[in-house]
Design a protein around this ligand. Structure first.
Ligand code: G1P
Length: 302
């Protein structure tokens, strides 16, 4: 029998060096780069919180202090805003503090995403948990995490999120073989037979790319402990999940994928980040009405 447990914990790996954004990230974490007026990491924490995950563990590293400060109280700033009667800004800064119960653990060495997740073992314990990668922002209007949590509670094992991407992009992602079931009309949750980390396009089993949301069975921790370095010499979460896919349900095995068809914004490299900021700003009530006509005019100037 598959036993289900309510999922309460989220792990957010945020220890990367952010080299793609140098020199901006020389002395500040890439997670703190603003997406309009909130740091990118706040969107991800808010998404976890929105899905009812109020115990959030961040896996951090050197240079990440400002992230902890961002989610902490700021008494002097709060008092100044209160004295000025600026309740809107006061609310905005307090919002970040109220998103959940945040914990931090440091990765120490950058040995890969699988290793980062393994750093959460002690904190997570023996319950299923979510993993959210900071480079992927999922539009708050499009449901993903709760669908994944429901699927994990129903099916056991682990659940990942995938999205169809153009063929030429597959080598930037973990790619899955879902036996073609995703092409069935209305397919939303499909079993995963095989996962490959960043395959060359000719070896990719499909164009279904893993996007940065996972709901994992805690057995993944012991699997990660045995996972040798893979692509790029790093311990890959995809490799551990490949092993989990072949395991029996009693051992926490089995992997399913939720096919995401909503809006996702990649903030992992410069061009995608700029597109994400412009898209989200253009949709904002306070900025959109002025930004949209300007964008049209600007686009015509090329
Ligand atoms: C990681 C994962 C990869 C996944 C991607 C999603 O790669 O290893 O399987 O497709 O996140 O963003 P990264 O982008 O950190 O290199």
């Amino acid at each position: 029998m598959i036993t289900s447990q309510r999922i309460r914990k989220a792990v957010i790996p945020a220890a990367g060096l952010g080299t793609r954004f140098l020199p901006a990230t020389k002395a500040m974490p890439k997670e703190m780069l603003p997406v309009v007026d909130e740091p990118a990491i706040q969107y991800v924490v808010a998404e976890a919180s929105q899905a009812g995950l109020d115990d959030i563990l961040m896996i951090t590293g050197q240079n990440k202090r400002s992230m902890e400060d961002h989610f902490d109280r700021a008494p002097v700033l709060e008092a100044t805003l209160r004295d000025k009667g600026d309740s809107k800004k006061l609310e905005a800064i307090q919002h970040a503090t109220n998103l959940g119960d945040l914990h931090y653990v440091r990765q120490g060495q950058a040995l890969g995403l699988g290793h980062a997740v393994l750093c959460g073992k002690q904190h997570v314990g023996h319950e299923p948990f979510a993993v959210l990668l900071g480079d992927d922002l999922i539009d708050a209007r499009d449901e993903l995490l709760t669908t994944m949590m429901e699927a994990q509670e129903r099916l056991g094992g682990s659940v990942i999120a995938v999205m169809e991407v153009p063929e030429e992009s597959v080598s930037a992602y973990g790619v899955v073989d879902a036996g073609g079931h995703h092409r069935e009309p209305g397919a939303q949750v499909v079993p995963v037979h095989r996962l490959v980390e960043k395959p060359p396009v000719e070896e990719a089993p499909s164009n279904l790319a893993i996007i940065g949301r996972y709901v994992l069975h805690p057995a993944v921790f012991s699997e990660l402990e045995r996972t040798p370095p893979g692509k790029g010499g790093e311990i890959q979460l995809t490799d551990a999940l490949q092993a989990m896919a072949a395991k029996a349900p009693e051992e926490g095995g089995g992997v399913h994928a939720v096919i995401f068809r909503g809006r996702r914004y990649d903030t992992g490299d410069k061009l995608s980040y700029i597109k994400a900021v412009v898209t989200l700003a253009a949709e904002r009530e306070d900025l959109g009405p002025e930004l949209r006509p300007w964008l049209k005019e600007f686009a015509q100037s090329f």
